[in-house]
Design a protein around this ligand. Structure first.
Ligand SMILES: *Cc1c(COP(=O)(O)O)cnc(C)c1O
Length: 404
């Protein structure tokens, strides 16, 4: 019977140190956040696990715009976009985002989705018709994997960031619609897809590139316009997805692509059509967050993030050498410290927590077996002192382990 079966599955999961638990936040997303485990009192922990890379989730101007948006448009949208839920705030947001991506995608339009997960499901299912072929990086985010499952297209996976592996698959394909699908910055490793080389392959084999810039939008590029700005790329072959709950600090996502593609999504992407539009206040708040991203403050925040990344990597490289850990090959705000064993990753995370620091232990199936890790993420709202505290706590954990 179902409940007996689930009890057994839960016991097996626990035996492999794979049980997942939530903590409950009692205060806003910020480096110092009060959380509880559901039993004890809430206490403040210095966190290195949010994706709020620029500290905008708790920014006064964004919060004020959210409140103003709610006063103007109400709390909810009331319907899906194609019925009556599409507001002026959504419209302005899409127009603004289309302007950002226009230098990189000729005739770009943008389409706002409630979440990045839904944007990926929508794009892959709408474009991945039965005669299409999807070429997916092996380490793509779960939402791209699920989108590929929803699509009727044939799915091929190439070795992580391996253009030779991809080229072989493209050369062997006679599909009339080839779609390369990749994260820009990989979410659990922090490394970057070789987009320039991918574009060269796309041109050679007449393919399109669906690029998920969840961890690049707002952070990468001089103006924060994302990975295409950072790499100086422009092509109508790009179908760009940026998420707005990470560096942009609010919620949702958008697809930017040639206007014919966006028109097709509006008409056929089921995760767009059959869901209530996000509250217009969310879009109104996002307009404030975009204004910060492209202004002087955005530049300063990105510079602070860059300083923290350099300092952390420096310290982690030294520690990893002593402790026998592997430091990921990442120059982004995502810095994985690969410990290997699930139990060891959990134990290290627990040691840090006892020290008042919160870093998530990421285990399979989110990452491959044997590569359990601490996924350390940085934000522009971290100070150099915060980073030093983390490095000191990790040093103490290593010393404690050596002594035991
Ligand atoms: C977080 C994430 C998503 C999902 O975006 P949400 O807006 O949180 O649903 C998609 N792709 C990648 C690579 C992500 O890291």
């Amino acid at each position: 019977m179902l409940l007996d079966r689930l009890t057994q599955v839960a016991a097996e999961r626990a035996g492999r140190a794979l049980t997942r638990r939530r903590r409950t936040a009692h205060t806003a997303c910020a480096p110092l956040q009060s959380t509880s485990d559901g039993h004890g009192e809430a206490r403040p922990l210095l966190g290195f696990c949010s994706n709020d890379y620029l500290g905008l989730a708790n920014h006064p101007a964004v919060i004020e715009a959210f409140a103003q948006g709610a006063r103007r448009y109400g709390a909810g949208s009331g319907a899906s976009h194609l019925v009556s839920g599409h507001s002026l705030a959504h419209h302005e947001l899409e127009a603004h985002l289309a302007r950002w991506l226009a230098p990189h995608i000729p005739q770009a339009q943008a389409l706002y989705f409630c979440t990045g997960y839904m944007a990926n499901m929508g794009v892959l299912s709408a474009l991945g018709t039965a005669d299409a072929m999807l070429f997916c990086d092996k380490l793509n985010h779960a939402s791209l994997i699920d989108g590929a499952l929803l699509a009727r297209a044939t799915v091929r996976r190439y070795l992580h960031c391996d253009t030779a592996s991809l080229a072989r698959l493209l050369a062997a394909s006679n599909s009339p619609l080839k779609l390369i699908v990749t994260d820009s910055v990989f979410s659990m490793d922090g490394d970057m897809a070789p987009l320039k080389a991918l574009l060269a392959l796309a041109e050679r084999y007449d393919a399109w590139i669906i690029v998920d810039d969840a961890h690049g939008f707002g952070v990468l590029g001089e103006q924060g316009h994302g990975v295409l700005e950072a790499l100086g790329l422009s092509s109508e072959r790009f179908i760009y997805i940026g998420t707005l709950g990470k560096a942009a600090g609010v919620a949702g996502a958008f697809v930017a692509a040639h206007e014919a593609i966006i028109e097709h999504l509006v008409n056929t992407a089921r995760p767009y059509i059959y869901t209530t539009a996000a509250p217009p206040a969310v879009a109104h708040a996002l307009l404030a967050s975009l204004a910060i991203l492209e202004g002087e403050e955005g530049k300063q925040r990105r510079a602070q993030l860059t300083r923290c990344i350099a300092m952390l990597r420096d310290g982690l490289a030294r520690l990893a050498a002593i402790a026998g850990w592997t430091l990921g090959d990442s120059e982004t705000a995502i810095q994985p410290l690969i410990v290997g064993d699930n139990g060891a990753a959990l134990a290290l995370s627990a040691t840090l927590e006892a020290d008042g620091i919160r870093v998530g232990a990421i285990r399979p199936p989110t990452v491959p077996e044997g590569t359990a890790r601490l996924r350390i993420t940085l934000s522009a709202s971290h100070t150099e002192d915060d980073v030093r505290r983390l490095l000191d706590a990790l040093s103490a954990a290593v010393a404690q382990r050596e002594a035991a």
